[in-house]
Design a protein around this ligand. Structure first.
Ligand code: PLP
Length: 488
C-alpha cells in the first residue's frame, strides 16, 4: 500500500456509529487488521490523528485513542520528524495472521517493547546487563524473608484466613504511614492508605475510580508506560505534556488541555529522564489541579534511593486542597514479584476507591502483608535500604565514569542523585531505537527513550539500569556498547 494510502483511500475504514462497539475500537480493529493483512506495510506513514479524524468525520479523540492503543501494543511507532508509522519490527508470524475479533486477538498482540522486556522471564546471562527497573535481586535477604513468611504462615494465618479488610492489614498501613511521614513528608493517617498490587494496582484503582472513558488525562512525555497503559485501558484521552529540566511543563499542559480530569506524574524522579520537579512547577501543578478540580497521581517509585542532595518532599505534603493521590511500591525496595504497593488518598476518596476495589480483587494477599509489616517494624527494611544505597551509589558512579571515559562523544550523561537508572542522551540526529537495536545485538539491555514517548522528542537517549548490574559487568557492558555504537 502506498504511503498515506489511508488518508486518500479510506473506504474500507468507514466507521458505523450505529454499532455498539465504540468508534475508536472499530478504527483500532480496522487499522490493526490492515497491518496484519499486510495492506499497511511496515514503516508506512499514517496521517495525523487530526487529518484522519476530519477525513472520517469523527472526533479527534476517536483517532487519537485508536492510535494510542496501537502504539501501546507495538503495531505503530512514533518517530522524531516522521510522525506515526507502522512498526518496522513486527514479528513475521503476526503478518500472516488474519484479523479476527478484538477479544480473540488480545492474546496474540505484541506488547509495547518496554512492557515486553519487563515481564519476560530473563535468563541470567549478559542480556540483563543494564536492565532497567530492577533492584539487585541477588542481594535481597531471602533467609530473613523466608523466616517471616514461615512464622506467619504457621502462627498468624489461622486467625487471618477469612476475607480481610479491603484496604489492607491495618498494622502494616500504620507502619507505612509512619515511614512515609518521616522519609517523604507525606501527611496521612493509616485510614488514608489502601494496599495494592504494586504501583500498577494503585494506578489502575485510582484511574478506574476517578476517570470516565473519553475524559482527558495529562501524561508526561516521555513518561511511564505503566501509567499510560492503565489510562489507555480505562479509555482516557491521553494528552502528552512535555517534560523539561524542571519536570512536567504545567503551562504547556494548561495550553494543551486545561480541562484534563487527571494527571499522572513522577515529580521526585521523573521517569525516564530523571529530573526532579522544581518547587515552582509543583505549586503551579497544585494550583491548576485545584482550579480545574483535577486529580494528581504522584508515582513516587524509587525515591528511597537518594545518594546526595536535599530530598524534596512529596508533592502530597504540599497539597492543601486534597487533589493528590500518592503512590508507593515495594517493587524497588524488596522485589517486583512481591506485588505490593499502596496509595494514599484524601479521606473523601477512600470510600469510592474501596467500593471499586471490592469488585476488582477484593484485597491483596494477607500472608505477604503480615511478613512485610514485620520486615518494616523489625528494622530489616531500613537495614536492607542502607545496604542497597551503598551498592547502587557505587554502581551509578562506575557507570557514569565508564560512559564518560569511553562514550563521551556520543552520549551526554548526568549522574542522577536518586534512583536506579541513568539516561545517556544522544545527539539530535541519532536514532535511539537503532542504537538500542545495536546494543541488543551486543547482548545489552538498554531502552530507547523514544519507547516511552507518544510525541516527538528534541533528542533521543538510552536508559541504563545500574542497580542490578555489577561493577564488573558495567565495565564490560560499556566497552561492548562503545564498540557496537560505532556503526550508529
Ligand atoms: C515509574 C515507575 N513507577 C512504578 C514502577 C513500579 O511498578 P510496580 O510497583 O507495579 O511494580 C516502576 C517500575 O519499573 C516505574 O518505573
Amino acid at each position: 500500500m502506498p504511503k498515506h494510502a489511508i488518508a486518500t483511500n479510506h473506504a474500507h475504514l468507514r466507521l458505523d456509529a450505529s454499532l455498539t462497539i465504540p468508534l475508536y475500537k472499530q478504527l483500532y480493529e480496522r487499522l490493526r487488521g490492515a497491518i496484519l493483512a499486510g495492506q499497511l506495510e511496515r514503516g508506512a506513514r499514517l496521517p495525523s490523528t487530526r487529518l484522519l479524524a476530519s477525513e472520517l468525520g469523527v472526533s479527534r479523540s476517536t483517532t487519537a485513542l485508536a492510535y494510542e492503543m496501537l502504539l501501546l501494543e507495538g503495531f505503530l511507532e512514533s518517530r522524531v520528524g516522521q510522525g506515526t508509522v507502522v512498526a518496522r519490527d513486527l514479528p513475521a508470524f503476526l503478518l500472516t495472521e488474519q484479523s479476527t475479533s478484538w477479544q480473540a486477538e488480545q492474546s496474540n498482540a505484541p506488547k509495547p517493547r518496554s512492557a515486553r522486556r519487563r515481564h519476560e522471564d530473563q535468563p541470567s546471562d549478559a542480556k540483563t546487563i543494564f536492565r532497567g527497573g530492577e533492584p539487585a535481586l541477588d542481594l535481597f535477604p531471602y533467609d530473613t524473608w523466608a523466616r517471616l513468611i514461615a512464622r506467619h504462615a504457621r502462627h498468624s494465618l489461622p486467625a487471618h484466613a477469612r476475607y480481610q479488610a479491603v484496604a489492607g492489614y491495618f498494622p502494616l498501613r500504620e507502619a507505612i504511614a509512619a515511614q512515609i511521614g518521616i522519609t517523604r513528608g507525606v501527611r496521612c493517617t493509616p485510614d488514608q492508605i489502601i494496599m495494592t498490587a504494586g504501583s500498577q494496582g494503585a494506578l489502575d484503582l485510582a484511574i478506574r475510580t476517578l476517570l470516565k472513558p473519553g475524559e482527558p488525562a495529562w501524561i508526561e512525555n516521555p513518561g511511564y508506560f505503566g501509567a499510560r497503559g492503565a489510562l489507555a485501558a480505562a479509555g482516557a484521552r491521553l494528552v502528552p505534556v512535555p517534560v523539561d529540566e524542571q519536570g512536567l511543563d504545567v503551562a504547556r499542559g494548561q495550553m494543551l488541555c486545561p480541562t484534563a480530569r487527571l494527571v499522572s506524574t513522577t515529580p521526585s524522579h521523573q521517569f525516564p529522564t530523571g529530573v526532579t520537579m522544581s518547587l515552582h512547577r509543583r505549586l503551579a501543578l497544585l494550583e491548576w489541579a485545584s482550579q480545574a478540580e483535577a486529580w494528581i497521581l504522584e508515582d513516587d517509585y524509587d525515591s528511597e534511593y537518594r545518594f546526595s542532595g536535599r530530598p524534596l518532599e512529596a508533592l502530597q505534603g504540599l497539597d492543601r486542597d486534597g487533589r493528590v493521590i500518592y503512590i508507593g511500591t515495594f517493587s524497588k525496595t524488596l522485589f517486583p514479584a512481591l506485588r505490593l504497593g499502596y496509595l494514599v488518598a484524601p479521606i473523601a476518596l477512600i470510600e469510592p476507591l474501596l467500593a471499586t476495589r471490592t469488585y476488582i480483587d477484593v484485597h491483596v494477599p494477607i500472608l505477604e502483608q503480615l511478613a512485610l509489616n514485620e520486615f518494616l517494624r523489625e528494622g530489616h527494611f531500613a537495614r536492607h535500604l542502607r545496604r542497597m544505597l551503598r551498592h547502587y551509589q557505587q554502581r551509578r558512579d562506575a557507570l557514569a565514569s565508564e560512559l564518560r571515559a569511553h562514550m563521551s562523544e556520543l552520549l551526554d550523561v548526568h549522574a542522577p542523585e536518586v534512583g536506579m537508572h541513568l539516561v545517556g542522551w544522544l545527539p539530535a540526529d541519532k536514532d535511539d531505537r537503532r542504537a538500542a537495536e545495536l546494543a541488543a545485538q551486543a547482548g545489552l539491555s538498554v531502552t530507547p527513550i523514544s519507547d516511552y514517548s507518544l510525541a516527538p522528542l528534541p533528542r533521543g537517549g538510552l536508559l541504563f539500569g545500574y542497580a542490578s548490574t555489577s561493577e564488573e559487568d558495567i565495565r564490560i557492558g560499556v566497552r561492548r556498547l562503545a564498540a557496537a555504537l560505532e556503526r550508529l
